[in-house]
Design a protein around this ligand. Structure first.
Ligand SMILES: Nc1ncnc2c1ncn2[C@@H]1O[C@H](COP(=O)(O)OP(=O)(O)O)[C@@H](O)[C@H]1O
Ligand SMILES: [Mg+2]
Length: 255
């Protein structure tokens, strides 16, 4: 399996009032194509910082991040911006939809900004609509973002993240703002995309979400303190068993 992401001795330090805060301390891991990697750990352990550092959204202090074999630290700002737009998809707890655009226009925005593909607006709209149909939200395309439920909005964010056929999707607590039912729906969609081959790295506090991942990393105080390899699940029964196993594993780690 080919590696999408390789992270070597990654360090990130914040200096506030002359005091050093080592938020990431020599983190090493990689993500292979087709994986769904979960990142768990206590609040403040560095999960978001890790996600933003490896995706080129934030800088890091030392170490290396290779995206498909290319060092992101060596890329120019422009190259990195193009990589984020065309090679990566992003989903956040806060969703970050533009409120002066319809849902459909928000979904297709990444494709409108991409310089890589030459598509007519009609083609872009038809791809956006196909994604929205697939995620079961085709009826909200013309709505404003304040006219839909949280679950619908997050599914629209998933569509947006898929718009430029990313090599990996990064998600930071994508279900963190949703109720249990919407959270299940959103996770179901992410698991389905992963089943179809999309590589995903996601931060979550939710054991049910983590149980759907193929592998979980446990962050503690800026380090990877544990790793659980699970692979793909096939039945609901297996999923329930995995939820119990993940809970037990987290307890052992002091969660
Ligand atoms: N912009 C920032 N400036 C200074 N410190 C930060 C900044 N962002 C995060 N931190 C610190 O980094 C640590 C890890 O934060 P974060 O990655 O958000 O943790 P998590 O996502 O696991 O809750 C925390 O101690 C936090 O206070
Ligand atoms: Mg966080």
């Amino acid at each position: 399996m080919s590696e999408v992401l390789k992270v070597k001795d990654l360090c990130k330090t914040y200096i506030i009032n002359k005091r050093q805060n080592n938020v990431l301390r020599n983190v090493n891991f990689s993500v292979s194509q087709g994986e769904m990697l979960g990142v768990m750990g206590p609040s403040g352990s560095g999960k978001s910082t890790l996600l933003y550092s490896v995706s080129g959204m934030d800088s890091f202090t030392a170490g290396e991040v290779e995206f498909q074999g290319r060092s992101i630290a060596k890329m120019s700002k422009r190259e990195l911006a193009a990589l984020r737009l065309d090679g990566m998809g992003f989903i956040f707890q806060q969703m970050y939809m533009l409120k002066n655009l319809s849902i459909l226009d928000n979904v297709i925005l990444p494709a409108c900004q991409s310089r890589k593909r030459r598509e007519s607006r009609k083609e872009v709209v038809s791809r956006g609509e196909a994604l929205m149909r697939k995620l079961g939200i085709i009826e909200i395309g013309d709505n404003d973002i304040n006219e839909v439920s949280g679950g619908q909005l997050q599914r629209a964010c998933i569509c947006r993240s898929m718009m430029n056929h990313p090599d990996i999707i990064f998600a930071d607590e994508p279900t963190g703002a949703l109720n249990r039912a919407s959270s299940e729906e959103v996770m179901e969609e992410l698991a389905k995309l992963n089943g179809e081959g999309t590589t995903i790295m996601l931060v979550t506090h939710d054991v049910k979400v983590a149980a759907k991942c193929t592998r979980i990393l446990y962050m503690d105080d800026g380090n990877i303190a544990g790793e659980k390899v699970m692979g793909k699940y096939t039945t609901q029964k297996e999923l329930r068993e995995r939820e119990r196993a993940v809970s037990g594993w987290l307890m052992e780690l002091g969660w």
